[in-house]
Design a protein around this ligand. Structure first.
Ligand SMILES: Cc1cc2nc3c(=O)[nH]c(=O)nc-3n(C[C@H](O)[C@H](O)[C@H](O)COP(=O)(O)OP(=O)(O)OC[C@H]3O[C@@H](n4cnc5c(N)ncnc54)[C@H](O)[C@@H]3O)c2cc1C
Length: 487
């Protein structure tokens, strides 16, 4: 493979050099023959129109834990459809496409019919990370409605896998997409609105830019509470993750547990407020304890890491401040989470099943607890997006940061976890590790959404140049072959 090396977010030191031949956590080896970094839409079109590239995959910041971003497709498919040209696979890195443009809403006395939306919008190229977007949006006086736990990832890469933040009042990131611009396999450029199946859009095009809705800048009162007994958590699920949580705890709530003790190791709450109308006296209060002393707050201003043993310097500080410093868990200039010494998996269950699903996992924790570094529980609002984990129903994500073990060890254990969650109508995080494939996976989603994705792939990419093993085995084939070990 001819690969190029660059520096993440321009930090510029040798230790930050990126190896584009694998994903961030280094559990997936990529198969691209070459990696190219276009600087414009025209250069993306040139790459896509080059007939020697029979397998093409764009990537963002390679933070997925499975082979979704790999170029590899089953060999027999390549040979049968494209035997007359030299076959080469190309990875398209979006790192050099980082332009950001704020579109202000029309003022009330402006009768601007050309403005696409009454809200402020941000249009950005596909290489833009949350770190870059946060800075530009905040400088213009606006904010994103929510953030994933880390700002290091590309926003487009996050949108395409159903990435989400915390809080039952918030949909997944894709719910705030206004439109996307896509280069199809024949080199045509099309603009799609948010009625488009955004999740897995990379399977039928290269996204070159996206536009998202903004809201006025806000501040957050952030508190972290430690050691809530499991039995007390069960009594207060509604106030921590459910419909009452916004009023009781604030807009951004995460609950962490490690399955070792009957205890939620930390509860992260975040209350929004408007700094322009808030004084020291009337800003949201962060009580010293929760539920009559059942959990105590860490000292305001403290950095606390949710994963036991990891350095808190990588995390935001509690207390009061701008949304840019309080909504995500991890700071931009430090490796997030367990610094890549991990595999992540996340399963979503409808809120109405959450307590029963958690209890079923608790009862079977001997199956998986030894692999867990930390679990995070977050609710998200229902949406109407095809293949979204929250389509039709508000869900709770049960996330696992796992120790990095071989797939031969991990797969049988996660197969048991997925079997435990099956009666609770679970769905998967498309960017994390899961074992269900073929019909077994597709039946978790609306059949019409799977068929619509297949139709769009057939329409826009009839030769399957954007497809790969993951797309084939998860969504195109009914039979899911057992996974090959790549860890
Ligand atoms: C430490 C850590 C914390 C995380 N926290 C969260 C969290 O809080 N919430 C959550 O939901 N997830 C979380 N994730 C998962 C992460 O958000 C997703 O895996 C996300 O998709 C990663 O974005 P990326 O840009 O790195 O994607 P990549 O892995 O680069 O790409 C993802 C997919 O999008 C495609 N793609 C990317 N860019 C384009 C493009 N321009 N055109 C076409 N296709 C494209 C790729 O081919 C691939 O299929 C976390 C991951 C890590 C490593």
């Amino acid at each position: 493979m001819s690969s190029q090396f660059a520096n993440d977010c321009g930090t510029g030191t040798a230790k930050d050099a990126i190896d584009y031949s694998q994903n961030w956590s280094k559990n997936i080896q990529f198969h691209a023959d070459t990696v190219l970094f276009p600087t414009s839409v025209e250069e993306v079109i040139q790459i896509v129109q080059n007939p020697q590239y029979t397998s093409i995959k764009a990537f963002g910041t390679r933070h997925c834990f499975n082979d979704i971003a790999d170029t590899a497709i089953p060999q027999k498919e390549k040979e049968s459809t494209l035997s007359s040209v030299a076959k080469k696979s190309v990875h398209i890195g979006m790192d050099k496409m980082t332009q950001i443009h704020i579109i202000l809403p029309p003022s009330s006395d402006d009768h601007d019919d050309t403005h696409p939306n009454q809200k402020a919008l941000v249009q950005f190229q596909a290489g833009v990370t949350f770190t870059q977007l946060m800075a530009a949006v905040e400088e213009a006086g606006f904010a994103l409605f929510n953030m994933p736990s880390l700002p290091h990832i590309s926003v487009v890469g996050g949108i395409l896998t159903g990435t989400h933040g915390s809080g039952i009042g918030h949909g997944i990131l894709a719910t705030k997409v206004f439109e996307v611009q896509v280069v199809h396999a024949n080199g045509t450029v099309a603009t799609y609105d948010n009625n488009t199946p955004l999740l897995h859009l990379g399977a039928w095009g290269v996204v070159v830019s996206a536009t998202m809705e903004l809201e006025p800048s806000y501040h957050v009162a952030k508190g972290i509470y430690l050691d809530l007994p499991y039995s007390v958590f069960l009594q207060h699920i509604d106030e921590l993750l459910g419909p009452s949580s916004i009023q009781a705890m604030g807009e951004f709530t995460s609950v962490f547990m490690d399955w070792k003790e009957p205890c939620m190791s930390s509860i992260w709450v975040g209350k929004k407020y408007d700094p322009s109308t808030t004084t020291l006296l009337n800003r949201p209060k962060l009580p010293e304890t929760l539920f009559g002393g059942a959990a105590r707050q860490v000292t305001p201003g403290t950095q606390f890491h949710p994963v036991p043993g990891q350095d808190p310097v990588a995390c935001i500080a509690t207390g009061y401040g701008s949304w840019t410093t309080k909504v995500n868990h991890f700071l931009p200039n430090h490796p997030p989470s367990s610094a890549g010494n991990e595999i992540q998996a996340e399963f979503f269950v409808p809120y109405r099943h959450f307590q029963a699903a958690l209890q079923a996992l608790w009862d079977h924790r001997h199956v998986f607890a030894h692999l867990v570094q930390i679990t995070e529980l977050r609710a998200m609002a229902q949406d109407n997006l095809p293949l979204s984990q929250a389509k039709h129903e508000t869900v709770v994500g049960i996330h696992f940061t796992l120790f990095k073990v071989n797939a031969n060890v991990l797969n049988p254990i996660l197969a048991q976890v997925e079997a435990i969650l099956m009666p609770f109508e679970y769905k998967v995080h498309w960017g994390k590790w899961f074992v269900a494939r073929g019909k077994q996976l597709q039946q978790l989603y609306d059949q019409e959404d799977v068929e619509e994705l297949r139709r769009l792939i057939q329409l826009h990419d009839p030769q399957g140049r954007f497809s790969n093993r993951y797309i084939q085995t998860c969504l195109l084939e009914d039979e899911g072959p057992s996974r090959s070990s790549r860890l």
